[in-house]
Design a protein around this ligand. Sequence first.
Ligand SMILES: Cc1cc2nc3c(=O)[nH]c(=O)nc-3n(C[C@H](O)[C@H](O)[C@H](O)COP(=O)(O)O)c2cc1C
Length: 176
Amino acid sequence: MGLVEMDLKQLRLNPMTLIGRDWWLVTAGRAESFNTMTASWGHLGAIWSRPGEGSMPTAVIYVRPQRYTKEFLDREPRFSLSVLGEEHRAALNHLGSHSGRDGDKVSEAGLTPVAAEGTVYFAEAKLVLICRTLYRAPLLESGFLDRDIIARNYPERDYHVQYVGEIVRVLKREEE
Ligand SMILES: Cc1cc2nc3c(=O)[nH]c(=O)nc-3n(C[C@H](O)[C@H](O)[C@H](O)COP(=O)(O)O)c2cc1C
């Protein structure tokens, strides 16, 4: 069963469990050169607008400066978010604990990259969000009102970079 385009308005999901528990793969690049990483921090929602249209459907991701994937995110106009089923948990763990700088972790994880839509996603995904990067900025130390978050999450002061992407296409696995 392949991935087919679906109308974003028909999408039914719980962003809290999808991102925080199921996780997704953040991927950017082209067929010849791309990288991916597991992420469990992010948001789905709406912000900004075009004349005559409602607010834009958006996905927000948070990427530490040291991730290899960040180089691709910064270079490319688009990125993808691939949601995989529980049967791929080992692959998600692998891609979240190895860097693409050190080897071909996608092959090691046994996933099949698909280069399309100006980015790369994975054939094994059950849901793919294709995003166009609208905004990029690092989190500011001065913005943390709960200072405990800094102590707990940023002992090295390596604040995440936030990327806001407009969701331009949704691909969903066909029902079997
Ligand atoms: C469950 C899980 C969630 C993660 N979430 C994030 C995240 O939201 N942001 C981030 O920068 N790194 C996150 N990571 C860490 C990266 O996936 C990990 O450092 C990865 O090896 C980076 O690969 P790269 O250097 O090839 O980009 C997560 C890792 C795991 C296992």
